[in-house]
Design a protein around this ligand. Structure first.
Ligand code: ZN
Length: 167
């Protein structure tokens, strides 16, 4: 997914006021940030695809992203992020919000990605409902992204208005 992930971060901020917004924004994109690092060191390989409005995203060569986007490793990264947040912010809610926000990335990706999210590592079954993989699906995913991001920001903005200044 794209900017929709950030909507989750804004929404999570309203449930965990002690977690700084920036840390939730980073949490929502942690798996993608990890994949950039893993691409750079050659541990993972980006897929090759082409996109057009009639067919959505058509995979030419599937990506290899088990370390950043495998279900197993995504759970590990989420737990690690929650533990780090617990240590830094000394707050259970901030810790839970950051861990769950990291994991939310995987769930949203699982809806839109073609099946390229391994359960474990390279040779394990791959998950991905593939909403992106058709023309209409691509439009629906765009609308979902917009709703997630817009809804998250709206929630965040309203919750800020209700709190005393300086909070
Ligand atoms: Zn991703």
């Amino acid at each position: 997914m794209g900017p929709g992930h950030l909507g989750i971060a804004f929404a999570a901020k309203t449930a965990a006021p002690k977690a700084p917004l920036w840390s939730l924004l980073v949490a929502s994109e942690t798996l993608d940030l990890l994949s950039f690092g893993f691409f750079a060191v050659g541990l993972e390989k980006p897929g090759v695809s082409k996109t057009d409005r009639a067919h959505g995203v058509q995979v030419i060569t599937p990506g290899k992203i088990p370390w950043s986007h495998g279900l197993f490793m995504s759970v590990i990264w989420s737990i690690a992020a929650a533990a780090l947040a617990r240590w830094v912010y000394k707050d259970q809610r901030a810790s839970a919000a950051i861990g769950l926000t990291v994991f939310s990335h995987w769930l949203l990706d699982a809806i839109v990605h073609p099946p390229d999210l391994p359960l474990l590592f390279d040779d394990s079954p791959k998950i991905g409902l593939g909403l992106w993989s058709s023309g209409p699906g691509l439009i629906i995913s765009g609308i979902l992204e917009f709703i997630l991001l817009g809804g998250g920001i709206a929630l965040y903005a309203t919750s800020r208005k209700r709190k005393p200044a300086g909070y």
